[in-house]
Design a protein around this ligand. Structure first.
Ligand code: ZN
Length: 136
């Protein structure tokens, strides 16, 4: 793993939270993106070299909706940048971690992503993300 790519925060109302976090950071979000397969709307902020992702559920049964029902709004996951997501998944499985999706899937912000089950990581949902290579 290279560095923290972003921190994900689950929110109930992304438009209200966009205002709140814009005030907090002194800069508006730079993009919004819906990931339909995950039932989530995301928005991204840059804070210096770091990124914060806000996530709002678009379906009642999406993982973000379930998270908010159980725990309320708050930090949802920490995402780490990796060069080769498949070899990293294999390494982590060999170490005994539980991967929620061993086949990486498309995520927001032009990434392919995989999640580690929080039960195997002291309650912290970990996202691995690799930049998607775009054919030009
Ligand atoms: Zn994320």
């Amino acid at each position: 793993m290279k560095k923290i790519e972003h921190i994900g925060i689950a929110v109930k109302n992304i438009n209200k939270s966009n205002e709140l976090f814009a005030n907090l950071f002194g800069e508006p979000h730079y993009k919004m993106e819906e990931v339909e397969s995950e039932g989530v709307k995301t928005s991204f902020f840059k804070v210096g070299e770091n990124k914060i992702e806000l996530l709002e559920a678009t379906k009642n049964d999406s993982p973000i909706a379930k998270f908010i029902n159980k725990k309320g709004e708050g930090i949802h996951h920490i995402a780490f940048d990796v060069d080769d997501i498949n070899s990293e998944i294999k390494r982590l499985v060999d170490c005994g971690f539980v991967i929620l999706n061993e086949n990486p899937k498309p995520g927001a912000d032009n990434k392919i992503v995989a999640f580690l089950h929080p039960k195997s990581t002291n309650g912290v949902l970990i996202e691995l993300c690799q930049e998607r290579i775009i054919d030009k």
